[in-house]
Every structure is written in C-alpha cells, then in structure tokens.
Design a protein around this ligand. Structure first.
Ligand code: AVI
Length: 319
C-alpha cells in the first residue's frame, strides 16, 4: 500500500468513528451509508447486483447495451468522459465498447485511491489505447480538473446505478450542481434513474430471499466491531426494509431485538427493544419527479431511455 492510500485509510477510520458515534447519539439513530462500502461491503454489494430480485443492475445494463448508438452520438470526437464515483467501473466497459475511439480521456473519480489504482490497471490492460486520468476525490463536491481535461474540451459525465437515489433530496441537488461545474455549460450527464413502481417489485429487491442485503446492511455493525473496537452483538440486531409509499422510498434499517447497551471506544450507546438504526434509503423517481430535481440543479432532461416494463431509466441531462 502506498503512502497516499494509507493516508486515505487513516482519514477514513477517523471519519468512520466520528460518524458512527454522532449518528448513534441522535434521538433517531442513523448511520451514513457511505460507510457500507469497505472490502466486505463492496463484495456483498457486487453479490446484490447479481440477485434475481435486484432488477436495477441488469435492467440498466440492458438499456445501455441497446442504446449504445444513441449514446455514441452524444460524445463528439476528443471528449472527456468523467465517471462520478467509478467504483468497480463495470458499467463503463459497456459504454466504452461504443465510444472509446471518441475519447481524449476517461476520468474515473472515486474517494478510494486504492480502488482507483486497481481499476486503472484492469481497464488499461483491456483498453491499451485509452488514456485514463484517475482522480481521487469526493465526487459529491466540486473538485479541480487538470486544465488539459477542461478548457474547451467537450465533457460528458456518467453516473450510473441510480446512486442519486441514495442521497437526500437537497444533497442530490447539490451534487448535480457540482457535476455541472465539472462538465461546463456545454457538457451533459448520462445518469441512471430507478423508477417508481409497485412495492411488490421494489421490496424484494431490498429484502432478498438469500439475505444478502441483510448481510450488506448489517456489515456496518461488524465493521464497527472490527475497526473501532465496538461490541455490537450482531445476533441481537435484525435487518428491516420498509417501503415508504408517500415518499417513494425504501428505508433500510437494523433493528435492536432487545434492550441493550453497546460500547464504541469509550462511548456507551443504549438501545431499547424495537429501536431502529436507519442505515440507507433508496429513492425511486417518476419521470416528473426526477425532472424537477434536475431542474433545481439547473439541468434539463434531454433524453430518457427505459426498458419495456419501465423499471429503470437512463437519462441524458444538459445544462
Ligand atoms: C448503490 N445503490 C444504487 C444501491 C440501491 O439500489 O439503492 C444500494 C443498495 N442498498 C441495498 N441494496 C442496494
């Protein structure tokens, strides 16, 4: 591990402890979902994406595959493609199949320098002609782009997976605004947006029969035990997913099954039986509700592509 990666991890450890203690000290206990994605969490999320109940990944991939010629037409020669929160960069491969020759550079942006290094190596092996300029940054806020990647170059953003739905509305608006700053007034954003539909389809996607989602959400407690010397008795918490119809949102929580006390470093946290820790939410959108959100960030929906059942959409936003 190089010095930069060690620094990132050290900073992450402090943030994790502060966030856990602050979140569990609130009257309505909550934990920030960004801490779900340690190595084990990321592996569990990859498993979620393969589950029969979890429709978003396969549906989005099918849309991207089918719409490749139209997506290509959005990317003029010499463009810079910026992927916000690139993660394992799996979906970018689909896009690259159709647009690689049009790109001046592919810019994956991710908070984890370690992950970026790995993705860079893998992608470069498979696309030896592609110029890759990884940036380790918090993509939810504006970050500096090297001048040769900005200036007059056309910039297209990519934000797949409907990750936008994991943010509070105001956070989502701020984040889209930050993307606009990176893309410039002539750029555009290709974004995955999960659509509001029957709870009978949504709920199982977040409460699967194999319990992978339960393990993914519960992993945050195990992570606290391992990294912060906390003593969560994970058998005395259970996973609960709830669809909040009026907000078109799935809430994912860990619920205490007993009155209990947990210590984290030198902080003691009391839980009563039935008390829940909110860990993550996943918002689903109508075409209209998403267009309104985008408009608040100064963006207009230019194109919408969807699957025949209208489970998921890929949209193109312009300033
Ligand atoms: C990353 N994100 C888009 C996932 C979602 O569908 O909201 C996170 C997730 N959490 C549990 N299952 C999936």
């Amino acid at each position: 591990m190089d010095a930069d990666a060690r620094l990132t991890l050290a900073a992450d450890h402090d943030t994790f402890r502060d966030d856990i203690v602050a979140g569990l000290s609130r009257p309505e206990k909550s934990l920030p979902p960004k801490h779900l994605y340690d190595d084990r969490g990321s592996a569990l999320f990859d498993q979620i994406c393969e589950l029969p109940e979890y429709y978003p990944t396969r549906t989005e991939k099918a849309i991207l595959r089918r719409r490749l010629p139209e997506l290509r037409s959005l990317v003029p020669d010499g463009s810079v493609l910026i992927e916000f929160g690139s993660g394992s960069s799996e979906k970018i491969r689909l896009l690259l199949e159709g647009i690689e020759d049009r790109l001046f550079s592919y810019v994956p942006v991710d908070i984890s320098a370690e992950y970026l290094g790995y993705v860079n190596d893998e992608l470069q092996r498979d696309y030896p002609q592609l110029r890759i300029d990884p940036i380790a940054a918090d993509f939810t806020k504006p970050f500096p782009l090297p001048s040769e990647l900005s200036g007059t170059r056309h910039r297209v953003g990519f934000f797949p997976g409907s990750t936008i739905g994991n943010f509070e509305r105001s956070e989502a608006v701020d984040m889209l605004r930050a993307f606009t700053t990176e893309l410039g007034t002539h750029g555009g954003l290709i974004i995955g947006v999960d659509l509001l539909k029957s709870p009978e389809i949504i709920l199982p996607a977040y409460d699967d029969s194999q319990g992978v989602t339960a393990a993914f959400i519960g992993n945050i407690l195990q992570r606290a035990n391992m990294e912060l010397d906390a003593d969560f008795d994970v058998d005395r918490f259970e996973y609960r997913a709830e669809f909040v119809e009026e907000h078109g949102r799935i809430d994912m929580c860990m619920v205490s099954t007993a009155n209990q006390c947990v210590s984290i470093d030198d902080t003691e946290i009391e839980f009563s039986e039935g008390e829940s820790i909110h860990v993550s939410s996943s918002r689903k959108f109508t075409f209209d509700s998403f267009a309104k959100l985008a408009a608040e960030a100064g963006l207009r929906v230019d194109e919408i592509w969807t699957d025949p059942e209208e489970l998921f959409s890929v949209q193109y936003l312009v300033a």
